[in-house]
Design a binder for this molecule. Sequence first.
Ligand SMILES: CC(=O)SCCNC(=O)CCNC(=O)[C@H](O)C(C)(C)COP(=O)(O)OP(=O)(O)OC[C@H]1O[C@@H](n2cnc3c(N)ncnc32)[C@H](O)[C@@H]1OP(=O)(O)O
Ligand SMILES: CC(C)C(=O)C(=O)O
Ligand SMILES: [Mg+2]
Length: 513
Amino acid sequence: MTDTVLVFDTTLRDGEQSPGCSMNLAEKLRVAAQLETMGVDIIEAGFAIASEGDFEAVSEVAKQCKRATVASLARAATADIDRAWAAVRHAGKPRIHTFIATSPLHMRVKLNMAPEAVLEAIRGSVSHARNICPDVEWSAEDATRSDPDFLARAIETAIRAGARTINLPDTVGYATPETYGAMFRDMISRVPNADQAIFSTHCHNDLGLAVANTLSAVMAGARQVESTVNGIGERAGNAAVEEIAMALKVRHDAMPYRTNVVSTEITRASRLVSGITGFQVQPNKAIVGANAFAHESGIHQDGMLKDASTYEIMTPESVGLSESNLVLGKHSGRAAFRQKLADLGYALADNEFQDAFKRFKDLADAKKQVFDEDIVALVDDEVLRGHDRIRVVEVEIYSGSHAPARAVLTLAIDDVTKTATARGNGPVDALFNAIHELVPHDRGVLHLYEVHAVSEGTDAQAEVSVVLREDGRSVRGVGADVDTLIASARAYANALNKLMVKRGRSALDAKAS
Ligand SMILES: CC(=O)SCCNC(=O)CCNC(=O)[C@H](O)C(C)(C)COP(=O)(O)OP(=O)(O)OC[C@H]1O[C@@H](n2cnc3c(N)ncnc32)[C@H](O)[C@@H]1OP(=O)(O)O
Ligand SMILES: CC(C)C(=O)C(=O)O
Ligand SMILES: [Mg+2]
């Protein structure tokens, strides 16, 4: 059996299922490009039948990808499979990923199907997919709570119908490393045609065991791992790709398997995904957290100074964390800024570059030191704004202890400039009331408002996240600026733009003041 473990990235599908994590087309294309650069083997770009937006995103990612296989998810339904194929067929290497639940609970309560009917659905859906696409993956949703005898029959049926990848997800994060590994060992040894397929893991992190379970299955014979950047995903998330890749690399002695992941691209991918989704990485997160390579206590610092391997089991450089020595400030020009962007992994179109450079100069005027994180926040903010229909033009705030705060806000809505004045219990409230005046959205409720400092010092840029919830779905907007209130207005406007995309183009009923 090969020692190569294929990496199937589902940041754009399962990752996007995190509440408030939806990405627009341009954002998905940027993430897909970075995933290819990082060396993932398969990119699950979405669930084509879910919406027009998902269909377009899968099609465009399929057209863009040069090397990676591009997959779309599909239920065990002809319409889903046909839609998935219509989107992925543009890829050099297309894959249809079809699934159905196999646990007694899901079959009875959710699907209302008898086990024999589920087997029939597997036979029908996989053979239909295989008739139109040479690469078909089949998943047994809730595999870890399925009856092993039935699961073995389901896998055998899927392989006989033409599936060449068999995924056994721990859909609800219920497994432990021992039980998950044992399930793979059991299925691989008892399913008669198991040798005709690659077995795949797909772990959720409800008990914090997603990566441990994934590695256990690899030890038991799985040769594809499904994961997401920063571990984003449904509920507590999916197994984090950076943790799996580095565990296999650093502990090759204990787990003699390899992936095609270019580890030096990991930090870039992590920052890109957190910048786009607004999901901050917790500081103590393995591999990509801000503290993953930080040492504060004296004994550790002493050891580090003597030999870094005393307290570091991998180098920061191995995950792409290297401070370039190009220090940017208000005296820097376009050449240095362009080089810095290249170092940070950005390739901007000329107009985006010019806009970003102007904002960089403004930032350098306002801030003593411009850190790499500032540039990342600034460029993400600028590039994310590129296709927005609602843009912040001007913000004025009057606030003090004797009177309610007042905000005067000018927005460009479809390139028409509109201004509103509003009061509120504090400057942020006044600002958001002014946004409501200009862009009424009574069904969209503010669910979360979060500020975090991009770098250090009182002149640090603020990165604001705003989550709006409407009809059970949420969108997250992000904005950055040295002025927290401007960042707040940008974040709110960004969330409204995403809400508009979710609702469809007709969407927001903007009115003039
Ligand atoms: C574990 C996972 O991550 S699975 C993927 C989850 N991701 C998503 O659901 C995101 C995208 N989903 C969507 O946009 C929508 O749910 C759609 C478009 C797929 C379906 O929308 P709707 O037709 O309105 O159905 P709804 O979401 O209400 O219910 C799902 C239906 O699919 C059925 N279903 C669920 N899984 C499967 C399956 N694998 N194969 C066949 N049918 C299935 C359910 O039984 C239910 O059918 P019912 O309406 O007859 O009861
Ligand atoms: C659809 C499948 C692969 C899934 O995401 C899960 O079971 O968690
Ligand atoms: Mg999942």
